[in-house]
Write a protein of this length. Sequence first.
Length: 204
Amino acid sequence: MTTVETKGRFVSLSRQTRETSINLQLNLDGTGQFQIQSGIGFLNHMLAQVAFHGLFDLQLEAQGDLEVDFHHTVEDCGLVIGEAFDRALGDRKGLVRMAVQYAPMDDSLARVIVDFSGRPYSVIRARWAADQIGGVPTSLWEHFLESFALRSRCNLHVKVLYGKDGHHQLEAVFKALGRALCAASRLDPRRMGEIPSTKGALNV
């Protein structure tokens, strides 16, 4: 069950299943403030990067069946955050829509491209330096990104160009993600009231 309250570009969203319980508040026009408790330390750390570097205000509290594994909590956080973005963007009129951002982290460099096109698609290209990052299988971090793209209805292309340390690689990705989401979700005063598409519609 999901309950949603939307006011402008602010969204309050709660999602309850037998596997997870997630409460979230997202303000696209924030200052990078965050309070995140997912039960998974490294997920908290990565979401903090998105909020801080994206200048989003994000509050998230998640309780999941961590006694099983991390899968449901990581996946559902991606779904809920993605849905919050989709709802906060509304009809997407005036949106910049597309953005490309790079972020370094010591030995690592990542590139993230976002297009709030209304068509969900994700491409993740990385040679991870570790099988697990933050105690979470690297495949699950990719699944988080895919889940976010699905529910936010965006094209998401992620490339880890290089890196020797898995922590650094993933942190570069999430920092670049925050910056790309910030740029793509901005409103362009030259396009206010207009759908940013030559066909006049953004939908799946």
